[in-house]
Design a protein around this ligand. Structure first.
Ligand code: FE2
Length: 388
């Protein structure tokens, strides 16, 4: 028992609350950043969100640069462009502002600003973690969605067109020094993106809870994260101005990413190629594949799913654990319906004949290696078909 040594750490300092972004200048000072690069996406450029950050910097007379070109599913060129501007402008820290894409690019850019090789050399699967020798300049993450939890995560997911897939860069050095969770920054997020990104947080919590890595602290965080998503995601989706729901969803998203330092599962392996090949929003791709993966895992994950059923308010007493686990799958499907997410990959521009070529890509993705039930490439193909 307990022969293996486990390491538990939760190092990112989180500042949570309405107006937290106004303290940005103080947080930069505390982390020793004098000239930050703000990394964001074109969608935010036209909104008051970017302006709220830039005006804090201007008011505090902090010189800065803005890289506003991050793609919805970030690509290698985003990282290289941001890193080039970072070096050129002599920046000494990055502010990731936006959804997971901007945050992930800000993390990778800080590393690439100092790395002479190619980004793909840093891929986790290719032994890239050892090539990142920090400490790197500080990263301050300001999420404007509530889903990826990248603000507290130690990975960055970037699409490499050279490899034709997403690569995962993973290192404790990628963890932001600070995360600013300001619920007011998420009120402008439209209902579809609120629901989709929220389902990413839900999937993080559930896949990390079920993945067979010993981390009871993350398990507890995952369970409460699931509870928060069940309680608040529909509210935040129906009424974007509901600051209580927005705030708890931001917290749930961070909890999901803290929990998945354990690891993830097959849903994420299925989801990644759907984004690379068909541009599906990452949270949506997870939401569409999750019920099939839950059915696949039902036997192995029954105790966890029975617990999930209880969080949905299903009373397990007159049921067997297996029956309660099945009810959890139905509850997830009903939640997707209530969120307005149309189930079925067929309804989201994924042709049936693409499932064959997608499955080797899903198998190549490392997330399924920690799925509670081991899966083959054929299993992943069947899961795509079931999700179609
Ligand atoms: Fe995710």
């Amino acid at each position: 028992m307990f022969e293996e040594i486990s390491t538990f750490s939760f190092p990112t300092r989180i500042h949570f609350g309405c107006g937290a972004v106004k303290q940005l200048a103080a947080y930069l000072k505390e982390t020793g950043v004098h000239k930050p690069l703000v990394v964001t996406d074109p969608g935010l450029r036209a909104t008051p969100v970017l302006n709220s950050v830039v005006s804090v910097l201007k008011e505090a007379q902090i010189p800065h640069e803005v890289f506003p070109d991050v793609h919805g599913n970030p690509i290698e060129e985003d990282v290289l462009g941001a890193a080039a501007l970072y070096r050129l402008a002599g920046c000494d820290g990055a502010i990731g502002l936006g959804g997971g894409s901007s945050l992930d690019v800000s993390k990778a850019a800080v590393v690439m600003a100092r790395y002479d090789g190619a980004l793909i050399e840093l891929e986790w699967q290719a032994g890239g973690t050892e090539k990142m020798v920090g400490p790197y300049d500080p990263i301050i993450a300001i999420p404007t969605t509530a889903g990826t939890g990248s603000e507290v995560g130690r990975s960055s997911v970037i699409t490499s067109h050279k490899l034709g897939r997403k690569i995962i860069i993973f290192s404790p050095w990628l963890m932001p020094k600070r995360a600013i969770l300001d619920p007011e920054l998420t009120v402008g997020l439209p209902p579809f993106l609120t629901a989709a990104t929220g389902m990413d947080a839900f999937t993080h919590c559930l896949e990390s809870l079920t993945c067979p890595v010993f981390h009871p602290i993350c398990d507890a965080i995952a369970i409460h994260g699931l509870e928060l998503v069940i309680r608040y995601l529909e509210r935040a989706t129906r009424n974007g101005q509901d600051l209580e729901a927005r705030g708890y969803m931001q917290v749930a998203a961070s909890m999901g990413a803290i929990a998945f330092q354990k690891d993830l599962g097959a849903t994420h392996s299925l989801a990644h190629p759907l984004s690379t090949e068909f541009g599906l929003n990452h949270g949506l791709a997870n939401a569409l594949c999750l019920p099939a993966v839950m059915r696949f895992n039902l036997e192995a994950a029954a105790p966890h799913y029975a617990r999930l059923a209880a969080l949905f308010g299903v009373t397990a007493r007159p049921m067997t654990e297996r029956e309660a686990a099945s009810r959890a799958v139905q509850e997830v499907e009903s939640m997707l319906d209530r969120l307005g997410i149309t189930r079925g990959l067929r309804h989201h521009g994924v042709p049936r004949e693409s499932l064959g070529p997608l499955s080797p890509k899903a198998f190549e993705d490392s997330c399924h290696k920690t799925n509670i039930r081991p899966c083959t490439q054929d299993d992943l193909m069947r899961l795509y078909e079931e999700s179609w």
